[in-house]
Design a protein around this ligand. Structure first.
Ligand SMILES: [Fe+2]
Length: 217
């Protein structure tokens, strides 16, 4: 049977999984596979009749941490190679920088997946940003509530998100439900960073302000 979609065919997703697995430890790959699963699960609520976008979500999830295990020096080398000067805020939050480098390497290392929506989902999965697309928000949330996450706040949000039975909501209510969940994950992350005295990326603050405004809070 020939598959009607040309860009994100299932066999390409499986090949991609193999390539990503070679870049990452088994532990990280377990997380990546779980994010893919979660992105698909959340994605079904919005794109149940859109196989192309569901596969785009799966590919974005598979690629979201592709540079996560590189050293800080290797991350900075990728930025230099692409003539990207990191902001002082990026350097102050080094654990978020793999989102930037991951997005930069996709066009050259994974050109068949170099869709701008996918690249932006990878680019903003650690910090969020103002005006996130639905796809960006799905990857952002999936990374926080995937089934390998055992922090109580992640477990609680996962249970809350699906427990509210979003499949029965209207489309508008479902988007608000996703916005609320993304906002909770940001609030939790901010409290964690504050408690550790770690720096907070300004993109995360603008993501929070934007989601609050959308929700009328
Ligand atoms: Fe991740």
């Amino acid at each position: 049977m020939s598959y009607p979609y040309t860009f994100f065919r299932p066999d390409r997703i499986e090949k991609l999984r193999g390539r990503v697995a070679r870049e990452l430890s088994a532990k990280r790959m377990e997380h990546v596979n779980a994010v893919e699963d979660m992105a698909f699960r959340i994605g079904l609520l919005f794109y149940w009749n859109d196989c192309e976008t569901l596969n785009l979500l799966r590919a974005a999830a598979l690629l979201h941490d592709v540079t996560k295990e590189l050293t800080d020096e290797e991350q900075l080398a990728i930025l230099r190679e692409h003539s990207v000067t990191p902001l002082s805020e990026d350097l102050a939050s080094m654990p978020t920088i793999h989102a930037l480098t991951g997005a930069l390497i996709i066009p050259e290392k994974f050109p068949e997946f170099a869709d701008q929506m996918l690249i932006d989902a990878v680019r903003y999965h650690t910090t969020g940003r103002e005006g996130m697309s639905l796809i960006e928000k799905i990857i952002f949330l999936a990374d926080y509530i995937d089934d390998t996450r055992t922090y109580p706040s992640c477990v609680a949000l996962r249970e809350e998100f699906f427990g509210a039975n979003p499949v029965n909501m209207s489309e508008d209510e479902r988007v608000r439900h996703l916005d609320r969940a993304a906002l909770v994950s940001i609030e939790n992350t901010l409290s964690y960073l504050e408690s550790k005295g770690r720096s907070i990326h300004p993109l995360t603050l603008s993501a929070r302000a934007d989601l609050k405004a959308r929700l009328g809070q």
